[in-house]
Write a protein that binds this ligand. Structure first.
Ligand SMILES: Cc1cc2nc3c(=O)[nH]c(=O)nc-3n(C[C@H](O)[C@H](O)[C@H](O)COP(=O)(O)OP(=O)(O)OC[C@H]3O[C@@H](n4cnc5c(N)ncnc54)[C@H](O)[C@@H]3O)c2cc1C
Length: 471
């Protein structure tokens, strides 16, 4: 067992700066669409959180991690925001059992640097490594292996929650299932997560064995993904969402597993767990509005599709390249220009494949430029407000300035709700409150638990106000 801080480079907020302590700051999500001003307080230790809750704040309090939620989930206009990113001590590491006890402000990037040399990895990893443990629990994030391993919180065996009512609770899924599954996916509205115990995944190497295939259309993509469920731990399809007509839904389909030592070429086997340092370019901040237009995006999508091998192809790739391809361009969110962009991310139950087809058709016909859409398969749902449910999940990015975008996405909301699906709150910046209960049927139960934990409604966010989330 060890107790130490996670050293490493500081990771800036999406605003591009490290947050100053106690100052009023304009805060945005990764999409940079609806920034609002709040007073930001840096949390250096758990007692700082308790101290903040000792005072009455008219506009409430909210914890913020690395600001990688796309919309307004980590904003609290006119209120207090606790920057958790300095709280990153490692309290314990059990290399036999594969568990780590770590502060909530530690990033996935820092954890990989700590754990991988010992042959351990996180069992659920999102599309960026710049996410904190607190943010991962609050959004109950998923990876490319949800169909097999579930979401992040299914691998959390305990966390410490500071409630606004002043209680510091040790929460486990067995001891307090109500509090655990209301906080998992609860978007930071049940209190502040201070630390967590994570169960880890044993790996032999820092590489992935990736099987790449091109698919002809949506039917082909879905059929191959369904057939691959039991074959690969990870699976994802990058769909060219601008391919029209019969080619609609054509994709580059990746199935992957952690490479074994035998998978590596002989000279690399002695350094199997050494991580190839993920270097990257930085996106320039002077990119003008309009660079991301239908023509440039269609050309990119076509090139991406053509670059993929025609026939099924197996390759050994560094882990970072498979899990976090976008992290190699720092601040790529600026490519969309100063008005920002939205990610529309939804899930519909299995059996509602037509809703996925309908969404792609509408996106295509609507003329919105969208880079590759991401299609994945989900297993079950545990958290009361967790996004995943058994079904198909699709995500695509669009510039906030795209003509007709509001009407297109409003229409998609209805399509998704009618199919019994939902949009992801961690990515949302525009859903209307009327659809929330239909999309999240356990909302009333969640509100009742939140009421017990936060009777004075101290925890608030722009997302919660916009959607009337907390009742
Ligand atoms: C490029 C990219 C790829 C992504 N890929 C995926 C993906 O594959 N799967 C997926 O599920 N998500 C994905 N995401 C979304 C991201 O994982 C979530 O939004 C995550 O919550 C961000 O963590 P964060 O530390 O940046 O939290 P923030 O964005 O700062 O906050 C998110 C929420 O967590 C709450 N919160 C943060 N810290 C605490 C704490 N200590 N206590 C209580 N509440 C807290 C905040 O109040 C807020 O409600 C992606 C995001 C990006 C930018």
């Amino acid at each position: 067992m060890i107790a130490a801080g996670l050293r490493g480079k500081s990771i800036p907020d999406p605003n591009g700066e490290t947050l100053a302590d106690g100052a009023q700051r304009l805060l945005a999500g990764w999409g940079r669409t609806i920034p609002t001003r709040a007073r930001v307080r840096r949390v250096a230790g758990p007692d700082d959180v308790g101290a903040v809750f000792g005072t009455v704040w008219p506009r409430g309090v909210l914890a913020r991690g690395l600001g990688r939620s796309y919309g307004d989930a980590a904003q609290n206009a006119g209120g207090e925001v606790l920057d958790m990113t300095s709280l990153q001590r490692v309290h314990g590491l059990d290399l036999e059992r594969g568990t780590v006890v770590v502060d909530a402000g530690a990033s996935i990037d820092a954890l990989i640097r700590l754990l991988l040399p010992f042959g351990w990895f996180l069992p659920v990893s999102p599309g960026t490594r710049y996410v904190t443990v607190g943010g991962a629990i609050a959004s109950d994030i998923h990876g490319k292996n949800h169909h097999r391993d579930g979401s992040f919180c299914e691998h959390v065996s305990a966390f410490v929650l500071q409630t606004p009512a002043g209680e510091r609770m040790d929460v486990t899924p067995q001891g307090r299932p109500d509090v655990f599954w209301a906080t998992a996916g609860g978007m930071g509205l049940t209190g502040v997560i201070l630390s967590a115990t994570l169960q880890l995944l044993r790996v032999q190497t820092s590489h992935m064995r990736v099987v790449t295939q091109r698919t002809a259309d949506l039917h082909d993509t879905m059929a191959r993904m369904a057939a691959g469920d039991g074959v690969h731990r990870y699976s994802v399809a990058w769909i060219d969402c601008l391919a029209p007509g019969r080619r609609l839904g054509r994709s580059v389909l990746l199935g992957a597993d952690h490479a074994t030592v035998e998978d590596l070429p002989a000279p690399s086997r002695s350094s199997a767990l050494v991580r190839s340092s993920p270097r990257g370019l930085a996106a320039p901040c002077w990119i003008a509005d309009g660079l991301v237009n239908r023509m440039s995006v269609a050309a990119f999508n076509e090139a991406y599709f053509r670059r993929a091998p025609r026939k099924r192809h197996i390759a050994i790739r560094p882990l970072d390249r498979f899990f976090y391809p976008l992290d190699s361009v720092r601040r790529w969110n600026r490519l969309y220009g100063p008005r920002g962009f939205l990610q529309y991310h939804f899930v519909v139950p299995f059996g509602c494949e037509d809703a996925i087809r309908g969404a792609l058709e509408r996106l295509n016909n609507g003329g919105c430029p969208s880079f590759l859409a991401v299609l994945k398969r989900f297993g079950g749902q545990q958290g009361m407000l967790s996004f995943p449910m058994p079904g198909w999940t699709l995500a695509f990015d669009v510039p906030a300035t795209a003509p007709g975008l509001a009407a297109l996405l409003d229409g998609l909301d209805l399509l998704v709700a009618e199919a019994g699906g939902r949009v992801y709150l961690a990515k949302d910046s525009r859903l209307r409150p009327e659809l929330l209960e239909a999309m999240y049927p356990r909302l009333a139960g969640w509100r009742a638990i939140r009421e017990q934990l936060d009777p004075d409604r101290v925890m608030r966010s722009d997302l919660a106000r916009r959607l009337g989330l907390a009742g």
